[in-house]
Design a protein around this ligand. Structure first.
Ligand SMILES: [Zn+2]
Ligand SMILES: [Zn+2]
Length: 188
């Protein structure tokens, strides 16, 4: 049992012992009041993530139980294979983030606690299932624009050459691809 009163670390920790469970849920039956840490791991498709995600999703969860509520803080990380919006190359990227939820058995929750949401659970609930929340927060953690790297030079609009790999002699070559979106707006 990974009971710890210590502070929450920025980096998720995966003890690699019996705390690791294959299903993305936390057993809360007979959980004593206090702070508990759990490591969770599951295949991406077990969480319902799409085919871009082919690796394990790992989460470090901190459960803080009081007499009236459960506060859950989750840090998650996984990796995916994405297509660059600018050069159309495939690339791998780590996707990580965190969120907090308060679980209450009534509609009251403590004020002044920073949370993303409050969820109401049955007083008889034995488990908190994180799969759906983690799935949603993984997708929310994806950037609006998927780039293989920030300075990706993109494709030449003239000849289609990947300017990360080769040069061409098209007249537009000097335009910074990061301004292409703005230029398109101005042209439309
Ligand atoms: Zn790219
Ligand atoms: Zn070109």
């Amino acid at each position: 049992m990974g009971t710890s009163a210590g502070g929450w670390k920025k980096t998720p920790r995966y003890p690699g012992n019996s705390e690791r469970v294959s299903e993305f849920r936390i057993n809360i039956s007979n959980l004593p009041e206090g702070v508990h840490e759990r490591s969770l791991e599951a295949a991406a498709d077990h969480l319902g993530l799409d085919a871009r995600f082919s690796e394990q999703v790992r989460a470090a969860a901190k459960v803080e139980k009081t007499s009236r509520q459960l506060y859950l803080h989750v840090e998650f990380t996984t990796r995916g294979t994405f297509t660059c919006d600018r050069c159309l190359d495939e690339f791998h990227k780590e996707v990580s983030g965190s969120y907090g939820v308060v679980y209450v058995t009534d509609t009251q929750a403590d004020d002044g606690i920073e949370i993303d949401e409050i969820q109401v659970i049955s007083p008889e609930a034995n488990y908190i299932d994180l799969a759906e929340d983690v799935r949603q927060f993984v997708l929310l953690a994806l950037p609006q624009k998927m780039l293989c790297r920030e300075e990706c030079a993109g494709l030449c609009p003239g000849c289609g050459v990947n300017r990360n790999r080769s040069k061409c002699s098209c007249p537009n070559e000097g335009i910074d691809p990061r301004w292409e979106g703005l230029r398109n707006l101005l042209e439309n």
